[in-house]
Write a protein that binds this ligand. Structure first.
Ligand SMILES: Cc1cc2nc3c(=O)[nH]c(=O)nc-3n(C[C@H](O)[C@H](O)[C@H](O)COP(=O)(O)OP(=O)(O)OC[C@H]3O[C@@H](n4cnc5c(N)ncnc54)[C@H](O)[C@@H]3O)c2cc1C
Length: 380
């Protein structure tokens, strides 16, 4: 909780109640802004994957007062262990503690993280309207935004935050200079499963055309990811095809990745998703409409930092609105504080993905990851 207040903005609409939207709504409401949050999903759910929470992401969640809940309901690990795909141990990634009392890394199931953030949104009394989006955003003279909603209602706000993810509707309505995210040529498999008996920390399996990794998400829960070249197809895979294909893709793997192949069942949650990324060009704001999260800095999972970037952006936006003399100055300062940091994450992630598609040296891959992760340890 912060003692700062935002004088220039009394009301804000946050479009998108995911990780970035909730971080933004919480950070603004804590500084006295009357925030309204909307989400397209009538049930405000999130799918059943786990998520890796790096040190910098934990630091951002600590600022939101959620570190203890994540520690209690997720899993905290001190290191990530690198293996050759057959299970031979290569080395351990050094993941230093970046703030006193802050764990080095961890993981949590997405629905649990969502529930922790939703609880804080409700505690702050933020009105949440579900099953709707914005259909128009007009900015008449005088510095307010008139929003029209898909249920026919309308509202007037001092600020609109577009946090509606990679296919952002707010971006389409108000940012004609931006474009859709670009497919990177890889897809990501994920399975949520019980913890392999020998797993002690995060694991990466490298040196194979299809790298994979495992993150602990609770006392008896992990998720495993695998990256593969993406092949366009006409239809989605059904559950049976997802199961059979992932099992076959794991054929060469040893260690705990091999354990997952041998123990996975049809009840385990499995998902495949093609990857896309985009660092949208400046400006990230148009009048009193501003973007954050995947809507403006969508990345791939290679650095496990997309959620962390979204939370940081939510915090920085509120900090700059509390600090700057005018809203224009605040939005510019927000954009400048975020742009290069998000660019580093996106460019490194996309470059590592390209290296994987070209069967590059796994040592180079590990060095790129370590370099970017240590840059992210710096203050945001
Ligand atoms: C395969 C994969 C694995 C990943 N793994 C990790 C990881 O391990 N660690 C990590 O830090 N990051 C990871 N990420 C990235 C991370 O998930 C995203 O960067 C993060 O969720 C972005 O937050 P967001 O708030 O911008 O979007 P989201 O969390 O996607 O939330 C967007 C919200 O907006 C709503 N919405 C969408 N459209 C509209 C609309 N038109 N109107 C109103 N509401 C709308 C949605 O219902 C949703 O609730 C991964 C990404 C992928 C693709």
């Amino acid at each position: 909780m912060t003692g700062e207040t935002i004088g220039s903005i009394a009301t804000a609409l946050v479009v998108g109640g995911g990780i970035g939207g909730m971080a933004s709504a919480i950070s603004l409401a804590e500084r006295g802004v009357a925030v309204e949050l909307i989400d397209l999903d009538p049930d405000w759910r999130v799918y059943g994957a786990g998520i890796t929470i790096t040190g910098p992401t934990l630091r951002a969640y600590r600022r939101l007062g959620m570190l203890e809940a994540i520690k209690a309901e997720g899993a905290i690990t001190s290191k990530t262990r690198l293996f050759r795909y057959d299970g031979t141990h290569l080395h351990d990634l050094e993941e230093p503690v970046i703030e006193e009392g802050l764990p080095a890394t961890g993981g949590i199931m997405r629905p649990i993280l969502h529930r922790i953030m939703q609880a804080r949104v409700r505690e702050l009394g933020i009105p949440v309207r579900l099953g709707l989006t914005v259909t128009a955003l007009d900015q008449p003279a005088g510095g307010a935004v008139e929003a029209r909603f898909s249920d026919g209602t309308a509202g007037r706000f001092d600020l609109v935050v577009g946090a509606d993810s990679v296919y952002s509707g707010v971006r389409e309505l108000a940012f004609p200079h931006m474009a859709a995210a670009v497919p990177t040529g890889q897809g990501c498999w994920r399975i949520s499963i019980r913890k392999p008996p020998g797993l002690e920390m995060g694991e990466f399996y490298l040196g194979h055309a299809n790298p994979c990794g495992i993150t602990a998400c609770g006392p008896d829960a992990v998720y495993m990811w695998m990256l593969t070249p993406h092949v366009e197809r006409e239809s989605h895979m059904d559950e049976e095809e997802l199961f059979v294909t992932l099992k076959a893709l794991l054929a060469d793997f040893g260690g705990n990745a091999g354990w997952i192949r041998d123990n996975m069942t049809r009840q385990d949650w499995i998902n495949y998703r093609p990857l896309a990324a985009a660092l949208q060009p400046k400006p990230w704001f148009a009048g009193r409409v501003v973007l954050l999260g995947d809507a403006v800095h969508a990345t791939t999972p290679h650095l496990a930092s997309g959620a962390g970037m979204a939370v940081e952006s939510g915090i920085v936006l509120a900090e700059e609105l509390a600090r700057a003399a005018t809203v224009d100055e605040a939005l510019l300062a927000y954009q400048e504080r975020r742009f290069d940091r998000c660019r580093d994450v996106i460019e490194t992630s996309v470059a590592v993905g390209r290296l994987q598609l070209e069967h590059g040296d796994p040592r180079v891959h590990a060095q790129m990851l370590e370099g970017a992760l240590s840059r992210l340890n710096q203050a945001f």
